[in-house]
Design a protein around this ligand. Structure first.
Ligand SMILES: Nc1ncnc2c1ncn2[C@@H]1O[C@H](COP(=O)(O)OP(=O)(O)OP(=O)(O)O)[C@@H](O)[C@H]1O
Ligand SMILES: O=P(O)(O)O[C@@H]1O[C@H]([C@H](O)CO)[C@@H](O)[C@H](O)[C@@H]1O
Length: 167
């Protein structure tokens, strides 16, 4: 039961189109954010929870493994796509997880047209892909506070230094 509930949040593009149509018909405000979410950390959880507070439903656009590798390097992602999909879907405040294979979520955002588009503070509002789509549709775009000291890269470096013994 619990695992089925998690799995039901993982949707393809046709499914999320229908889901969003229903949510919007019910007057629910749809929030969208996207990312690689390779090694989940406090900074992710802090901004994601804040993102959910900005509406009634939260969709996570998740970079596919191939997309992550192109963006972050051939050694990434560390966690495979199945793991990343399920860890995001397991978050109580997440309503849907949709993978995208492109370099950016532009096409997915064009499909969803969320009421609110959010990224963490490492992205300035003017850098947020899809902000034109959302703003032209009357929606809002937010760059939420960045929690210093938390990144997937820093976790990766910490693991490497532990293994190699380097300080
Ligand atoms: N420390 C943080 N505080 C707030 N938001 C964050 C933080 N780190 C990442 N985010 C946000 O989480 C989303 C996913 O980012 P990403 O998966 O690239 O995390 P990351 O830790 O920066 O990874 P990497 O170190 O590989 O770049 C983005 O919207 C990003 O703005
Ligand atoms: O996990 P990241 O690197 O924060 O996520 C990237 O965000 C980009 C962002 O939306 C640019 O405004 C996006 O283009 C890229 O595909 C990653 O999701």
């Amino acid at each position: 039961m619990q695992f089925q509930q998690i799995q039901s949040k993982i949707q393809d593009w046709d499914q999320i189109r229908a889901t969003v149509e229903t949510w919007k018909a019910n007057g629910e405000k749809v929030v969208f954010t996207n990312g690689c979410f390779d090694l989940l950390h406090y900074g992710h959880l802090h901004y994601l929870a804040e993102a959910r507070d900005l509406g009634d439903r939260l969709i996570i656009g998740l970079n596919s493994a191939a997309s992550v590798s192109r963006l972050k390097g051939p050694h990434r992602p560390i966690n495979d796509e199945l793991t990343r999909q399920h860890q995001m879907a397991a978050l109580a405040f997440v309503d849907a997880v949709v993978a995208f294979d492109q370099d950016t979520p532009f096409e997915l955002i064009k499909l969803v047209v969320p009421d609110v588009l959010v990224k963490g503070g490492d992205w300035k509002p003017e850098q947020i892909v899809g902000s034109d789509i959302v703003q032209n549709a009357g929606g809002k775009v937010y760059s939420l506070p960045y929690i210093e000291g938390y990144s997937t890269t820093s976790i990766e470096q910490k693991i490497k230094s532990t293994v190699t013994g380097a300080s």
